[in-house]
Write a protein that binds this ligand. Structure first.
Ligand code: BGC
Length: 721
């Protein structure tokens, strides 16, 4: 008895000591434990770990204490529960925090919010028992037509890198893995599972890779998802060059390469070319999928047993999975429990929407609405339409979702009379409806102000996903024209009431040419999440001063876009050549003198900012740029100053401007602050594809500081060796 007591005391003491001394394990310590586990595993157990055993899980090994690996979409909220084989537990409370989508996050230009965004996701994922959250999505926004632009962030790799790193750290600090996706060149949804993307080494290195590189080398992302398309003739998810060479060898990625769902096409290539975990469900919604039939399933066991495939390849994949499991305390550790649907998570959603919504145009101080506003005619289907469940795999069952109309009612107070008319029908290929326009015109002419809430939509349930979704996975927009006859509606309403505000929801630009000149105020609201309606209303009523800036250029017409003008889209059905090369977004508009409707980095405020005192100093390989910004208006506001560089004398063509830094300053009325940006030598380099390496040419560089890529406030120059 005494011995038992002694043993119990020793045991509890050692548990306590262990907890007290708990420290993150070093890679070396993890490697020893991983090797030990692998030595104890059967081949069948190892293979069980490298392919899905349900839509969102892969198998663990119970007898060795290795848990199942549980994944969940997605980029802006933990997806509603799918459960093994699509059996949805009835009682599960899977309605969670619905954050603004990726493009709205990027429009904040505030990396600290990137971190907070990730922290909410990580915390809710942990609470829901998820080990991996399948985000962020960071593919370059190359064409306005891409149905998934709303999930992505920007046309600019520098902005993406800054925002994605914050997001990833935010998720992973909660003990959950992020999964950066979709590696590589998944820039359109149309034909995504068949096309072969061709681009130059220069475009690859300067535009398409840097976001992923930052996610891996700075963000230390634990997992990465390969994309559906081919890249230079080989499927991206099982691509030797992308995965073995660039990701694992050059960048030293130690985590797990997860296939996109159903993106593996060959056992051999997946095993040799670096795919670590095959996910998917080729049998769709059927209740019993035979996961053993996956490319990385039973076939692998047979091949290894027959001596046709070395077992070390399988060990290597298992090693990576176990490494991430140890890193995130899935094995012998303590995971932070996480929180769900807290007020603070909802406040983060609100904050991101407030900083991400962009005021595009504001003539005659139409906004903010003044206290004299007594009546508002709200018009447009998007004013009342919930969006959270739309868009495909990124859908979220929102705990609640404040629509624009609800937000306006919440914020306006009882003294303002608000009417609502739908204005248009959401119907693919639908045209304007004369009766609805007439109703809208009537309402607008009787009100002090008309607010039209329209734009794109992404359908609010599965049935609508395909039929009426424009911003949605697996589908691209047919063109950039406003759907459902909205141009006609806007023109008629503006005529009836010149004090009209147009609010656009959506993952990117619409062609505004039919009404922009006569419309005094335009707001780009993206998909602003569960608190979006409140954020929008606070901006409209001036309780929040807008500070969002466009993370992508808004062209006047689709034909102006480089992907359509210089490059190919959607390709010939087999390949897509990115002949637009490095000239994506503003890099194209500025270099080729094409005027966009609204420039990259553009976004208005209700106050004004004065820039001055530019100082540039160069020492020990660093260039330090500092300048002052003063809020010269009467209310507090925030300004994102952007630093672009331009090489004066060129050896190889370079864009007119390249973003290399930015700073968001929060300034009270009359306040002045100094922004300091530091460039290291990499900032001056470009990828010379004749030499196959990054180079920098000695010479003068212009330092161009703007409130947008077009609104330049300060310029200087520096000689760089
Ligand atoms: C999407 C991924 C998503 C996965 C799982 C795929 O169709 O492309 O982004 O994470 O499904 O739902």
């Amino acid at each position: 008895m005494k011995v038992v007591l002694l043993l119990l005391t020793l045991l509890s003491c050692s548990i306590l000591c262990c907890q007290a001394q708990h420290h993150p394990q070093t890679d070396k310590e993890i490697a020893v434990k991983v090797d030990k586990l692998i030595r104890q595993m059967t081949l069948e157990e190892k293979v069980g770990m490298i392919h899905g055993n349900s839509l969102f899980t892969s198998a663990g090994v119970k007898r060795l204490g290795i848990p199942d690996f549980v994944m969940s979409d997605g980029p802006h909220g933990v997806r509603l529960e799918h459960g093994p084989n699509y059996v949805r537990p009835k009682d599960l409370k899977d309605a969670g925090t619905y954050l603004p989508t990726g493009v709205c996050l990027a429009a904040t230009w505030n990396p600290a919010l990137g971190y907070q965004f990730g922290a909410v996701l990580g915390s809710e994922a942990s609470y829901r028992g998820k080990d991996v959250i399948l985000g962020p999505g960071i593919n370059i926004i190359r064409t306005a037509l891409n149905g998934r632009n709303f999930e992505y962030q920007s046309e600019d790799p520098f902005l993406i890198a800054k925002m994605a790193v914050g997001y990833i750290k935010g998720v992973q600090d909660q003990g959950v893995s992020a999964c950066v996706k979709h590696f590589m060149a998944n820039n359109q949804e149309l034909l995504r599972t068949s096309i072969d993307v061709q681009m130059s080494d220069r475009a690859l290195n300067e535009i398409y890779l840097p976001g992923f590189k930052a996610a891996v080398t700075i963000g230390k992302v634990n997992t990465l998802m390969g994309s559906y398309n081919k890249f230079r003739g080989q499927w991206a998810t099982q691509n030797d060059y992308l995965i073995n060479q660039i990701l694992k060898k050059d960048w030293g990625f130690k985590g797990i390469v997860i296939s996109d769902w159903g993106a593996v096409h060959s056992t051999d290539q997946a095993l040799w070319n670096g795919t670590d975990l095959e996910m998917g469900t080729d049998l769709g919604m059927r209740p019993r999928v035979d996961y053993g039939k996956f490319y990385m399933g039973d076939t692998v066991i047979h091949l290894v047993k027959a001596g046709k495939m070395p077992e070390y390849l399988i060990n290597e994949k298992v090693r990576r999975i176990l490494y991430v499991m140890f890193k995130t305390n899935m094995i012998d550790g303590h995971r932070k429990p996480g929180e769900y649907n807290t007020k603070s998570h909802q406040q983060t959603a609100l904050k991101i929407a407030e900083e991400g919504i962009v005021l595009l145009k504001n003539q005659h101080q139409t906004l903010p609405l003044t206290a004299g506003t007594k009546s508002i005619a709200v018009i447009g289907y998007n004013a009342t339409r919930p969006q959270a469940l739309g868009g495909g795999s990124s859908q979220v069952k929102a705990f609640y979702e404040v629509t624009p109309l609800e937000g306006l009612k919440n914020v306006a107070g009882t003294n303002v009379q608000i009417t609502y008319t739908q204005g248009y029908k959401i119907e693919r290929g639908g045209v304007s409806d004369a009766k609805m326009i007439e109703e809208a015109v009537q309402a607008a002419s009787k009100a002090d102000v008309a607010i039209i809430v329209g734009g794109w939509t992404h359908g609010y349930n599965y049935a609508e996903w395909k039929d009426n979704a424009y911003d949605a996975e697996d589908t691209d927009k047919p063109d950039m024209l406003m759907p459902f006859g909205q141009d006609e509606l806007i023109r008629a309403v503006v005529k009836a009431n010149p004090k009209t505000v147009v609010v656009l929801l959506g993952g990117g630009p619409v062609d505004m040419t039919q009404w922009i000149d006569n419309t005094p105020a335009v707001i780009q609201a993206w998909y602003p999440g569960m608190e979006g309606g409140n954020a929008l209303a606070k901006i409209i009523f001036g309780q929040v001063n807008p500070s969002g800036k466009l993370p992508m250029s808004f062209p006047k017409k689709l034909e102006d876009e480089p992907a359509h003008k210089l490059g190919e889209y959607p390709g010939n059905g087999v390949t897509v050549n990115y002949n637009d090369d490095i000239y994506v977004g503003y890099r194209f508009y500025d270099t080729f003198n094409v005027a966009p409707q609204f420039a990259f980095g553009h976004g208005l405020s209700y106050t004004t900012f004065k820039y001055g005192n530019l100082r540039i100093s160069a020492n020990s390989g660093k260039t330090v740029i500092s300048f002052k910004i003063k809020n010269t208006g009467t209310i507090a506001g925030a300004e994102t100053a952007q630093l672009y560089i331009k090489q004066e004398k060129l050896n190889l063509p370079r864009p007119e401007k390249e973003l290399k830094g930015f700073a968001k300053l929060f300034l009270k009325a009359g306040e002045e602050k100094t922004a300091t940006l530091t460039l290291d030598k990499d900032a001056f380099q470009y990828f010379n594809d004749l030499k196959g390496q990054w180079v920098s040419d000695a010479g003068f560089f212009d330092m161009i500081i703007g409130s947008s890529s077009k609104d330049i406030r300060l310029t200087g120059r520096v000689f760089h060796q």
